[in-house]
Design a protein around this ligand. Structure first.
Ligand SMILES: NC(=O)C1=CN([C@@H]2O[C@H](COP(=O)(O)OP(=O)(O)OC[C@H]3O[C@@H](n4cnc5c(N)ncnc54)[C@H](OP(=O)(O)O)[C@@H]3O)[C@@H](O)[C@H]2O)C=CC1
Ligand SMILES: CC(=O)N[C@@H](CCC(=O)OP(=O)(O)O)C(=O)O
Length: 309
């Protein structure tokens, strides 16, 4: 049976990536609006209410508006924006994050797709918090690099508009980035992390890092214990992989162009200092790949259908 899917925001950066992943699938029928009607509220309302599933690839306010336009109990929603990631009544769409998460997504009518940076941060940290290796009241820090497509069409135009762009640009210096609440809530930690993002002059890809002074934690976990906890947490996943931490370098390109999420526990076993490192594509597991995975799960299909692994 084919499921009807409407992507609201289908010609934006994330929307196009989702369309690419769904094109040609016999189990999905896409509902599309032509250029003259794609921002027309009435046309959108009709499409939103006729689809089995809608995927919102819109700015936050437009995503809230789209949800308000749905007036039937049949249409199920995946929102790729930040609007509902900590909202009541929404299921957080990270199937690998905690036991039972995939089942909750399968049953949900409203699913919020995780943010790109929180995807890397949470994948690294949540299993270690759950296992008691990271104390819930520890003041965590997260450093991250993102390709410029993370900023959507406006940032792509800025980087590709002809004016020389910086090789790397640190931002969110006021420590109030929109992803902080989501990171704290879904890691189930007591304090917002100090988050230090940098946009780099490459189109896509992310490298998200959490440094840990393991020697200072009450349980003094080893690097090996941290890696074992991650391997155990993701043992059934085809999408989240644990790679060897004993490497000389890790690259932002490692998982660019894929829907994978790769985690490493690097560091110095003697000093008890760790660098947890996640690589992913901001448009893959950080956005479109995750949305398609959630759609697959909600529709009862193979979770990895249509993904590049
Ligand atoms: N880029 C990324 O790596 C990630 C993005 N996201 C999230 O996904 C969402 C989309 O981001 P992204 O694709 O990057 O953004 P883009 O700016 O590239 O695309 C947004 C699209 O939404 C359209 N749009 C805006 N308002 C309306 C409206 N009222 N009705 C219909 N369409 C509208 C825009 O139209 P127009 O083309 O005319 O401007 C545009 O095509 C955002 O909430 C973002 O935070 C999430 C994870 C990662
Ligand atoms: C490089 C860049 O600007 N990245 C964006 C985050 C990407 C994004 O769109 O955020 P969501 O995942 O929440 O939708 C930012 O920092 O605001």
């Amino acid at each position: 049976m084919s499921n009807t899917v409407f992507i609201d925001g289908a010609v934006g950066t994330t929307g196009l990536e989702i369309r690419d992943r769904l094109a040609g699938r016999s189990d999905i029928t896409l509902i599309t609006l032509d250029e003259s009607r794609r921002k027309d509220a009435q046309a959108r309302a009709e499409a939103l209410n006729s689809a089995d599933f809608v995927i919102l690839c819109l700015p936050d306010d437009a995503a809230r508006e789209a949800v308000a336009l749905i007036d039937n109990s049949h249409t199920r929603v995946i929102d790729a924006s930040t609007a509902h990631r900590t909202a009541d009544g929404w299921t957080y769409g990270f199937p690998e994050l905690d036991p039972g998460a995939s089942e909750a997504i399968a049953a949900a009518a409203r699913v919020s797709n995780p943010g790109c940076y929180p995807t890397g941060f949470l994948a690294l940290v949540r299993p270690l918090v759950r296992a008691g290796l990271i104390p819930i009241d520890w003041p965590l820090t997260v450093n991250a690099l993102s390709g410029y497509s993370g900023g959507g069409k406006a940032m792509i135009a800025e980087y590709e508009g002809g004016t020389p762009a910086p090789a790397a640009r640190a931002y969110a210096l006021g420590l109030a980035h929109k992803h902080l609440g989501e990171m704290q809530k879904h890691a189930r930690i007591e304090h917002v992390p100090i988050f230090m993002p940098t946009v780099v002059n490459t189109y896509r890809g992310m490298l998200v890092e959490v440094p840990l002074p393991l020697y200072a934690f009450p349980r003094r976990p080893t690097l090996a214990a941290c890696e074992a906890a991650l391997r155990d947490a993701y043992r059934d996943s085809k999408i989240v992989r644990i790679a060897d931490g004993d490497v000389a370098t890790v690259h932002i390109e490692d998982d660019a162009g894929t829907d994978r999420l790769t985690l490493r526990v690097c560091g110095n076993a003697e000093s008890g200092q760790a660098r947890l490192i996640a690589t992913l594509d901001n448009l893959g597991k950080g956005a479109a790949g995750a949305a398609v995975q959630n759609l697959n799960i909600m529709a009862g299909l193979d979770p990895a259908a249509g993904l590049t692994l």
